[in-house]
Write a protein that binds this ligand. Structure first.
Ligand code: 13P
Ligand code: SF4
Length: 314
């Protein structure tokens, strides 16, 4: 047996013995994607974590995702294989900054992206993910002032899609913000027949929405969450795509669409946090029950409210 096969064998044994479910985000390493029980975007993962009947949830993703699972499933053991798997976007706002911002806009509705810590969620009215942010904002009465945090690109995208003026926190993900319109223009020249699939956290998504500022022709561009991209690629008649997001998604896109070709908008779009989970660390997580992520009950209760409101909207 190869080292990978041995690890996969052990993981499968431990998963059964411990009645564990392995959840993984679309940006994880290919071998983690291939062994997990559920692979998805932030919304799908939140829903699956909230509904599972397993005793143990092993979250192959980043810390805020494991925290969200602990908030929605407080009676389960939630494990993350590497405690250092953080998120630059979640780090882009602190609780003190949010409290000050709320004080400047008393009475405003606070909408927080799922990529935030439990402490930030506890200060929010609604949570959103990239696949439901537009829908959630549309559900809020027109006359309500909205604070949207922390991602400026997603916020701008939502603002343009809904026609609502939002107050947007100037945060960004270090991987997505580097994918700009110049990057896309180069790829468009290289692959003139390809469709462009763009994540709303990218800089190029805003450029595409703001016609005057863009370098590339966005007529053949589609802005989607990671699962939205997978659905689009499967249903589209195109056989070539340029994908503007973290490159981990390419494994699943190619596996699900073997006759189609996928190019990364930027081959350097790699999230080091998502890549921290390896098969060895996953095996150790199951074997030694490490590393547990637990949100204190009082904080969990406050953070659950915006998540439940989001899940109720869709
Ligand atoms: P989605 O998978 O929800 O599109 O989120 C992308 C992301 O950046 C997760 O960290
Ligand atoms: Fe966070 Fe960006 Fe990594 Fe997603 S890709 S986990 S937003 S740092």
């Amino acid at each position: 047996m190869t080292e990978f096969e041995t690890l996969a064998y052990e993981i499968n044994q431990l998963r059964t013995d411990k009645n564990a479910v392995i959840l993984a985000h679309n940006y994880e390493r290919p071998e983690i994607q291939d062994i997990c029980d559920y692979l998805g975007d932030s919304l799908g993962l939140s829903r699956t974590a909230a509904a599972t009947e397993a005793d143990v949830i092993v979250f192959c993703g980043v810390h805020f995702m494991a925290e969200t699972a602990s908030i929605t499933s407080p009676d389960k053991t939630v494990l993350i294989p590497d405690l250092n798997a953080g998120c630059s976007l979640a780090e882009s706002i602190t609780v003190d900054q949010l409290v000050d911002w709320k004080a400047e806009h008393r009475g405003a509705t606070v909408i927080g992206y799922i990529n935030t810590s439990a402490a930030i969620k506890a200060e929010c009215d609604y949570c959103v993910t990239s696949s439901n942010a537009v829908k959630v904002v549309e559900s809020i009465p027109e006359d309500e002032e909205i604070l949207f945090l922390p991602d400026k690109f997603l916020g701008t995208y939502v603002e343009m899609m809904t026609g609502r003026k939002l107050h947007i926190w100037p945060g960004a993900c270090h991987v997505h913000e580097k994918i700009g319109d110049v990057n896309m223009a180069e790829k468009q020249k290289q692959y003139p027949n390809a469709e462009m699939l763009i994540h709303p956290e990218c800089g190029c998504s805003t450029a595409c929405m703001m016609n005057s500022a863009m370098n590339f022709d966005c007529a053949n561009s589609h802005i989607h969450s990671t699962s939205g991209m997978l659905q689009h690629a499967e249903q589209s008649e195109s056989d070539q795509f340029v994908v503007a997001t973290e490159t981990g998604i390419l494994h699943r896109l190619r596996k699900q669409n073997p006759s189609k070709t996928f190019h990364a908008a930027n081959d350097n779009s790699v999230c080091e946090y998502m890549k921290m989970t390896t098969l060895g660390k996953l095996r150790d997580a199951l074997k030694y029950d490490q590393f547990e992520v637990r949100v204190e009950p009082e904080l969990a209760e406050a953070a659950r409210r915006p998540i439940d409101r989001m899940l109720a909207i869709g």
